[in-house]
Design a protein around this ligand. Structure first.
Ligand code: CA
Ligand code: CA
Ligand code: CA
Length: 329
């Protein structure tokens, strides 16, 4: 498999996974859970003697708000194994476990990354019960969760134990206001506006939404266009070295809707998106250029954006120029 094929495979897989998880999530679990990089994981099944005596009374409390960046350090060395099986995966988690009680004050996307020399895993539970498993990951996950109390467990695969660090980063479960505030307004017309821009060191304000099938973990550049009723906007993303994506939102904040999304090509492949304003009124749309993975430098983050609009109704004083001239005769 060449790297493009691999990336495509990887993305098709993650899209499938997200689709499956959202079906499961709607019935059983709270929110979308996405384990990063676990698709090639080879694991043996549950232990023969299952023990599930999870005790969260001495869990370490962690308060999580939006834009948190928390590092947790610990070690499971010498800690007894109270629970060796969780309902999400048939992994033998016979190492000792450390439990964190996450107190979440509003809907967030939680991004957790585990660093360890030992084969430790992360388990996210919606309550202190191995059957109420939201997801498991060998090193990294992203999960959309509502406000409430959750339990994050560090456990050891096949009896492993050792020191670890976990970073917890959170972002809003919606497009944050910053995206709309930072958006560059584009005067859109039937003559294509071409903008050369860059994703390097841009803030990552959105990773996933209902319209998207992928987790877009890079930072974005935002643009805005005002569309009168029935007008159409055409966006093309070209001359890029990353795996680009295009978002389109009608606003920012919890009530904003993702109205269109494109991520059909893989690395360096162009993306296109068209949207027609059939809302019945003039609408400002926010266009985000994103990347599947964060770009590493300004060379890798460059892109060219083309924006064309058709059918934009000009304000009355411009469209009735003839009428205005006649007034001065
Ligand atoms: Ca265990
Ligand atoms: Ca992003
Ligand atoms: Ca793409």
């Amino acid at each position: 498999m060449n790297s493009n094929q691999f990336n495509r495979f990887n993305k098709v897989y993650t899209a499938l996974l997200i689709a499956i998880l959202s079906i499961i999530a709607s019935g059983v679990c709270a929110g979308n859970f996405f384990a990063v990089g676990d698709e090639d994981l080879m694991r043996s099944g549950n232990p023969e003697n299952i023990t599930r005596n999870l005790d969260c009374s001495s869990a370490v409390a962690v308060e999580l708000s939006i834009w948190a960046e928390i590092a947790l350090e610990g070690s499971t060395e010498g800690i007894p194994d109270s629970c060796n099986s969780y309902s999400c995966e048939e992994w033998n988690e016979s190492g000792g476990e450390i439990i964190y009680e996450l107190q979440v004050d509003q809907g967030i996307i939680l991004h957790a990354t585990l660093f360890s020399e030992s084969d430790l895993d992360l388990i996210l539970l919606s309550d202190c019960d191995p059957d109420l498993c939201i997801g498991m990951a060998s090193s990294e996950f992203s999960a959309e969760i509502d406000s409430g109390t959750y339990y994050l467990i560090v456990d050891g695969y096949l009896g492993e134990s050792g020191a670890f660090t976990i970073t917890l980063e959170t972002m809003p479960a919606w497009l944050s206001q910053e995206a709309c505030d930072l958006a560059t307004p584009i005067e859109c017309s039937s003559i294509e506006t071409i903008i050369d821009s860059n994703l390097f060191e841009q803030p990552n304000l959105i990773e996933t939404a209902e319209c998207s099938g992928f987790l877009e973990r890079g930072g974005e550049q935002w643009f805005s266009v005002v569309l009168t009723d029935t007008a159409t906007v055409d966006i093309s993303l070209t001359q890029l070295f990353f795996d680009g994506a295009i978002w389109m939102f009608n606003d920012c904040g919890p009530d904003a809707e993702c109205i269109a999304f494109a991520d059909n090509g893989t690395i360096k492949e162009p993306e296109e998106l068209t949207w027609r304003n059939d809302t019945g009124s003039t609408t400002t749309v926010y266009i985000g250029i994103d990347s599947f993975a964060p770009v590493e430098d300004s060379w890798g983050g460059g892109f060219s954006l083309g924006i064309t609009c058709e059918g934009i109704e000009l304000p009355a004083f411009q469209s009735s120029w003839g009428a205005m001239k006649s007034r001065f005769r």
